[in-house]
Design a protein around this ligand. Structure first.
Ligand code: GLU
Length: 441
């Protein structure tokens, strides 16, 4: 039975980078009829906020990425205490008292000597008396897991065969000086106890994975299959780390991006499969294969989401946009006509209100100087009373005869005068919807 999890820390809103992780884990579970756990990694009591937990759930619900179970690490602290005790009993856990400044100095010295900045295990040489003295002076220490200095190997679902020399990695800190469990331990305990079979996460976690495999084995658990996806960059390959804050899912939702567009892009971007608009999660899950993703950084351009959003909206039946039309003020008896006129000409649902505003209140006319006389002559000929689907044809025919203009020279100035734009839907459909015409004859 496949079990995956998405494990955000609720210290902020989730962004497109997190979505990649969430989606891959969700799709693996979904494809095999397995279980998808939403695990809230909230062991940091200061930075974790309920507001972010709610925000993360709302974002996932918006996308339809429903979870089978929610787990919160803050409610499982007793399990982490038990695991820490077990590691202590095994002699794989040791207390250290170096301050961050001291550790930094050690690292700098090692680097100056051309050595890798790996923790030197000085704390292992402390006697009980040394430890008591340090504790009296500095308070509790932090706790490190003692790695076996062997090679740690696994076949990564994306990166292939990996081998990391544990001697090149610092013994990981699992409990901070203030007693807070770090996710490295909490995650291991949870993955083992919750029967997680597959973990997909960003390639910034590769070293963590190596140490976690040893911790899991020490605790008697079986490590899951790991896959590490590449990190996202901007369109030119630039780092996204600073901009990810502006790529929060809630902001994309606010900007009018459709969930289906976001899912279609993020489920294939960086893989050997083409990005195509897919309209359901079933369809997205169907061809999904984590092994098709590459290790090279993946270029992400937020602007790619707009054409996908537009294409998705173009095909929607009236029923799916009726609420948006009503919210924009479109009367129910005009909804069908309005949608059939605008559906191919919108990029996001926000454009519905813009179009309706134009129909209801009139557009500011755009009239080039050389067309001024022509437009005023044409406007004077616009039929009085209700306009219908034939009005445009009849009117422009009459204008053509009266002015001698034809083709683009005839139609374009009229479109711009009536709609303020040089392109848009068929004018014979637009004209009957215009409640106000500002261009004067
Ligand atoms: N809370 C961790 C993070 O957001 C989870 C990493 C993981 O184990 O997948 O980085």
């Amino acid at each position: 039975m496949t079990t995956t999890r998405f494990a955000p820390s609720p210290t902020g809103y989730i962004h497109v980078g997190n979505l990649r992780t969430a989606l891959m884990n969700y799709l693996i579970a979904r494809k095999s009829g397995g279980t998808f756990i939403l695990r809230i990694d909230d062991t940091d009591p200061v930075r974790s906020k309920q507001e972010y937990v709610d925000g993360i759930q709302r974002d996932l619900e918006w996308l339809g990425l429903t979870w089978d179970k929610v787990e919160r690490q803050s409610e499982r602290l007793d399990r982490y205490v038990a695991a820490a005790d077990k590691l202590r009993e095994m002699g794989r856990f040791y207390e250290c008292f170096e301050t961050p400044v001291e550790l930094d100095l050690k690292r700098k010295k090692q680097l100056n000597m051309g050595k890798p900045p790996v923790y030197d295990r000085a704390a292992l040489a402390l006697s009980d008396a040394d430890r008591d003295a340090l504790r009296a002076e500095r308070g509790d220490g932090h706790w490190r897991f003692m790695l076996n200095q062997t090679r740690i190997e696994w076949t990564d679902g994306i990166l292939g065969d990996l081998s990391i020399d544990a001697a090149s990695v610092s013994d990981p800190v699992l409990i901070k000086q203030d007693g807070q469990f770090l996710y490295t331990l909490a995650s291991v305990v949870d993955d083992v106890e919750m029967g997680v079979t597959h973990v997909v996460r960003g390639s910034d976690h590769v070293t963590n994975t190596a140490t976690q495999i040893q911790i899991m084995e020490a605790l008697g658990g079986t490590p899951p299959s790991f896959a590490h996806h590449s990190l996202l960059t901007g369109p030119q390959g630039e780092s996204l780390s600073k901009r990810l804050g502006t790529l929060a899912l809630r902001d994309l939702r606010e900007a009018g991006i459709e969930p289906g567009a976001l899912l279609s892009l993020m489920s294939r971007l960086g893989s050997s499969q083409p990005v195509e608009l897919r309209t359901s999660l079933d369809e997205i899950a169907e061809g999904f294969d984590v092994s098709q993703f590459g290790s090279a950084p993946t270029k992400f351009d937020v602007d790619d989401l707009y054409p996908l959003t537009g294409r998705l909206l173009h095909d929607l039946p009236l029923a799916d946009v009726a609420a948006d039309l009503a919210a924009a003020g479109v009367p129910a008896d005009k909804a069908e006509a309005v949608w059939s006129v605008i559906h191919d000409n919108i990029t996001t649902r926000k454009d519905i209100a813009t179009w309706w505003d134009m129909f209801a209140n009139g557009a500011d006319p755009v009239i080039d100087d050389e067309d001024r006389e022509f437009v005023s002559q044409a406007m004077a000929m616009l039929p009085e009373g209700a306009l219908d689907g034939d009005s445009w044809g009849g009117w422009t025919k009459a204008v053509k005869e009266a002015t001698g203009r034809k083709g683009r020279g005839l139609f374009m100035p009229l479109r711009k005068a009536l709609t303020g734009q040089s392109h848009g839907p068929d004018m014979s459909a637009v004209l009957p919807l215009l409640q106000v015409i500002k261009a004067k004859g």
